[in-house]
Every structure is written in structure tokens, then in C-alpha cells.
Ligand binder design. Structure first.
Ligand code: ADP
Ligand code: ADP
Length: 232
């Protein structure tokens, strides 16, 4: 099944002489249970693609589908609802609320949406990211790697259709980064999660099932079973 699909997606910023074509007719599928990395030079459109595919940004033409739902058909309120229900986000900055415990941070998006996490699922997620003994800690009492694990658990908690990560290991040392990437890969392998990650880092991309390469707003290459050497 296709978890998300962009079809002939274009995004133009600005008007007149200052126009920038950030995405030029991009079509890409993100299949359920697949871990995709998006790579490419700075300015090639990686963040724009992620933001458009995740319903965080509007696009100029083309279409985006999450599950069976066309984003273009949604009003703002419905789009917000869809992001809450179907999409998990992991950013480079962990974006945790400092006054809340790890567990409260993990369940916050679902609390806001008025949904109850599936207990067995939540237990699974917390076990997987190794946070069992840290659930009542606040972010300042956790290492950077542990904080990002909280953010991974938060993204997984609602069993989203798809998780988007924007340089999710960009702020971590290589060991913590490897742990977080391992958890993302396990969530794909063991829980059937779909993950899309923007990264500069060949070592991070090697955790993915496939890599899509962008240049000048177009998909210029795609590689299955990437290794750190092969994507350099
Ligand atoms: P990447 O993530 O690969 O570095 P981006 O998607 O951030 O690339 O940017 C793609 C292109 O769009 C770049 O040329 C960038 O300068 C331009 N761009 C991105 N955001 C904006 C914006 N808010 N306004 C104008 N141009 C933008
Ligand atoms: P479905 O529509 O197939 O019921 P779910 O959203 O329940 O899908 O689950 C998505 C994936 O996560 C499936 O691969 C399912 O096996 C797995 N899954 C669901 N609940 C749990 C859980 N509590 N623990 C572990 N895996 C789960």
C-alpha cells in the first residue's frame, strides 16, 4: 500500500524576478513499511518536499495524498486534523516541552487531539526506544540522545500513517544518532511504520531502505538498499 504519494508536485517561492522553483514536477511514492531517505545538495528542495508532503506547506501545482486523502481537498482545519491523526514529526531540534515529563511529552499530541493512546502499542514504543526508566524525567534531566528518543516515541505514539524526519540526528553525536536511527529502522521492520527522513549524512541514509536524490527541485536518482559508501 502507498502511505503517501506526491504527483507532479511543484512549488514556486516568490514572484517575478525573485521566483525560485523549489520543486519541479516531483512524483514519488512512500510505500507502507518502507524507510526512505531524501538526500541532495543544500537548496535542492529536500525540506520543501518534506513540508509539502507532510501538509505543513502549500504547493503551487500537483497533488499530495496521505493514505486515501488528497491534501488539496482539505480546508485548513481538516488539514490540521489530518496531521494530528496520520502524521508523526521528528525535527532536528527535539521540540520537547521543558515542564512536562518524558511520558507527558510522548502523549501530548494525542492529548491535544483528544485521543487515547493504545496502551499495548505505547508500551511497545517505550520499550523499543529504551525509555522505561526515564518516563518521569523532564527533558533537562535527559541527554540529547534520550531527548530525541522521546521525540521518536512521541512521533510513533499515535501509530501514524507516516513519520517525517527533518535531519532527526543532526544534533546528536554519532553514537546517539546511530541509536535513534536504529529505533526508526526497527519501527519500520517490527511495527510496519513508514518513515521518510531528510538527511545530509550518508551514514544516516544507510539505515533507510531506499534513498531518493534531489537536485534543483527534481528527483534525479533513486537507490535501493543504500550503503554509506554508495550514497556519497
Ligand atoms: P534543501 O532542504 O534541499 O536545502 P529547500 O527545500 O530548503 O532545500 O530549498 C529549495 C529552494 O527553495 C532553495 O533555492 C531555497 O533558497 C528556496 N526556498 C526555500 N524556502 C524558501 C522561502 N521561504 N522563500 C523563498 N525561497 C525559499
Ligand atoms: P491495522 O489497520 O492493520 O489494524 P494498525 O494501525 O493497528 O493497523 O497497526 C499498524 C501496524 O502496527 C501493523 O503492522 C500492526 O501489526 C502493528 N501494531 C498495531 N498495534 C500494535 C501493538 N500494540 N504492538 C505492536 N505492533 C502493533
Amino acid at each position: 500500500a502507498v502511505a503517501a504519494r506526491a504527483t507532479e508536485l511543484s512549488k514556486v517561492y516568490g514572484i517575478g524576478e525573485t521566483q525560485v522553483v523549489a520543486l519541479d514536477n516531483v512524483s514519488v511514492d512512500f510505500r507502507q513499511g518502507e524507510f526512505t531517505a531524501i538526500m541532495g545538495p543544500s537548496g535542492s528542495g529536500k525540506s520543501t518536499l518534506m513540508h509539502c508532503a507532510a501538509g505543513l506547506d502549500t504547493f503551487s501545482s500537483g497533488s499530495v495524498r496521505i493514505g486515501d486523502i488528497e491534501l488539496g481537498s482539505l480546508k485548513d482545519k481538516q488539514l490540521t486534523q489530518l496531521r494530528r491523526d496520520k502524521i508523526g514529526f521528528i525535527f532536528q531540534a527535539f521540540n520537547l516541552l521543558p515542564t512536562l515529563t518524558a511520558l507527558e511529552n510522548i502523549t501530548l499530541p494525542m492529548d491535544i487531539a483528544g485521543r487515547k493512546p493504545d496502551k499495548a502499542w505505547l508500551q511497545n514504543v517505550v520499550d523499543m526506544v529504551g525509555l522505561k526508566d526515564r518516563l518521569s524525567h523532564r527533558p533537562t534531566q535527559l541527554s540529547g540522545g534520550q531527548q530525541q528518543r522521546v521525540a521518536v516515541a512521541r512521533a510513533l505514539a499515535s501509530q501514524p500513517e507516516i513519520i517525517f524526519g527533518d535531519e532527526p540526528t543532526g544534533n546528536l553525536d554519532s553514537r546517539s544518532g546511530a541509536e535513534v536511527l536504529g529505533f526508526l529502522r526497527n519501527s519500520v521492520r517490527e511495527l510496519g511504520q513508514t518513515v521518510v527522513m531528510v538527511t545530509h549524512d550518508p551514514v544516516a541514509a544507510a539505515y533507510a531502505d531506499r534513498v531518493i536524490f534531489l537536485a534543483d527541485g527534481r528527483v534525479v536518482d533513486e537507490m535501493l538498499a543504500p550503503t554509506a559508501d554508495s550514497v556519497l
